[in-house]
Design a protein around this ligand. Structure first.
Ligand code: ATP
Ligand code: MG
Length: 420
């Protein structure tokens, strides 16, 4: 039996990276006053049709949709923002506070061609700052993304930003872009030809070199931006400058999702393949209203954790902590010494392993050495009879016999010696 195509088991030797990420983001986001939120993986299909838009790749080709036994149209969430917006509306979170700063981490589902850094079930970490129209909010979320990368010791990335204006400006621009591109229709790549009809803006981030050459002389989005959009963008840039956050303005950067306006940004690594975007985000002022909530200008981003982990593995070795205490024990099962001992180790929270192999004591002690334990507690027949434990320090070979009534103090000493 194999896992489904595009899905992966995260095995114990990899889970350390996931735990490290959770630890770091929980710390960074908590101190920036973002609150974790967990929404269901299943949502009504309608939510994504209404929010992401039916001309995007996600809705057109990538959604895992099905009808359940009650005939409801259900979709495994392909991204987080729509669900968070839905949760803010259905729980009326906007009543308690005008500003909601939220974060989430969990699996997302898209029916795509699996490749390195592209899976069908993948994970996103995302944050949403809801309720503020201020450019400072855009800068806050960008700064936090960068802070998280820094805390994870990742350095080889760059930030690209752009302004995609408001809907009105985009419609005007898109019409002119279309007129221009129709002249070169047969020279465009296949994907772009299709997009020309339903989502021309996305042609801008085509990876095809011929298409890109055609785009060089096309109308530019920024020429269609009016005062408000330009002012917002300028303030975002100014604030990034104040923070000494380096960025590149990429005037071809548009987000894959329909609901964005004004700021769009991506953080990319130097990866050689196409899967080099680790974080994508932007402002979405209309989404919550569009879904039936009050007008709530918002900004956020999502990071692909599988892609993050690919580069973390190259840069950051996370060493599994070694078992400190190994408990070798005799087969005789008429003593409660073992459980007394384990309760005491629990009390001091020391990493240990109880041997349950049913091997001879000698073999068990050998195992303790092999896995690099510091001390081996030996409970043989003699020990059980006379209520003591033999303690062997594996580095020096020193051996001591400690009466069970003194074991608490001894383990406290081990805990202390680990710290020094
Ligand atoms: P791409 O152009 O790579 O398909 P996207 O524009 O579809 O990305 P977003 O919807 O913005 O991506 O999602 C944010 C981030 O989530 C991406 O930058 C990426 O790191 C990650 N991501 C998206 N799709 C996948 C996937 N199928 N597998 C793994 N990570 C993904
Ligand atoms: Mg995609």
């Amino acid at each position: 039996m194999q896992p489904l195509r595009g899905t992966k088991d995260i095995l114990p030797n990899e889970i350390r990276y996931w735990q490290k990420i959770y630890q770091v983001v929980n710390k960074v986001l908590t101190h920036n006053n973002y609150k974790e939120i967990r929404t269901p993986i299943l949502e009504n299909t309608e939510l994504f049709l209404q929010s992401i838009g039916d001309v995007t790749d996600i809705v057109n080709k990538e959604m895992y949709s099905f009808s359940d036994r009650g005939g409801r149209n259900i979709t495994l969430r392909p991204e987080g923002t729509a669900s968070i917006a839905r949760a803010v509306i259905s729980n009326k979170l906007y009543l308690n506070s005008k500003i909601n700063r939220l974060w989430y981490l969990g699996p997302m589902f898209r029916y795509e061609r699996p490749q390195k850094g592209r899976q069908r079930q993948f994970h996103q970490l995302g944050i949403e700052c809801m309720g503020s129209p201020m450019p400072r909010a855009d800068v806050e979320v960008i700064k936090i993304a960068i802070n998280i990368l820094k805390q994870l010791k990742l350095e080889e990335w760059h930030l690209e930003i752009n302004s995609i204006g408001n809907l009105e400006e985009r419609i005007k621009y898109t019409n002119h872009l279309k007129l221009y591109l129709y002249k070169y229709e047969s020279d465009l790549d296949e994907d772009s030809q299709r997009r020309l009809k339903d989502n021309p803006l996305r042609i801008l981030d085509s990876k095809n070199t011929k298409t890109q050459a055609i785009l060089n002389d096309s109308p530019k989005l920024k020429e269609y931006l009016t005062t408000e959009s330009l002012k917002h963008f300028e303030e975002v840039c100014n604030n990034l400058n104040k923070l000494s956050i380096k960025y590149y303005i990429n005037d071809k950067l548009v987000r894959g999702l329909d609901y964005y306006n004004y700021t769009a940004f991506e953080i990319k690594t130097r990866g050689i393949n196409e899967q080099n975007t680790i974080c994508g985000g932007g402002r979405y002022d209309e989404l919550i209203k569009q879904l039936g909530g009050p007008y709530t200008p918002s900004v956020g981003w999502a990071m692909g954790l599988e892609r993050l982990i690919i580069i973390m593995k190259e840069k950051l070795e996370i060493i599994e902590s070694k078992k400190v205490i190994y408990i070798a024990n005799s087969k005789i099962d008429n003593s409660d010494i073992i459980w007394q001992l384990i309760n005491t180790i629990d009390k001091y929270q020391i990493h240990f392993e109880l041997d349950i192999s049913n091997n001879s004591l000698n073999k068990q002690i050998k195992k303790a050495n092999q896995i690099g334990s510091k001390v081996c507690f030996i409970i043989g027949n003699n020990e059980i009879l006379h209520e003591y434990i033999t303690i062997k320090w594996l580095e020096t070979g020193t051996q001591q016999q400690v009466p069970i009534c003194k074991i608490d103090n001894y383990i406290k000493y081990i805990k202390f010696s680990l710290k020094t």
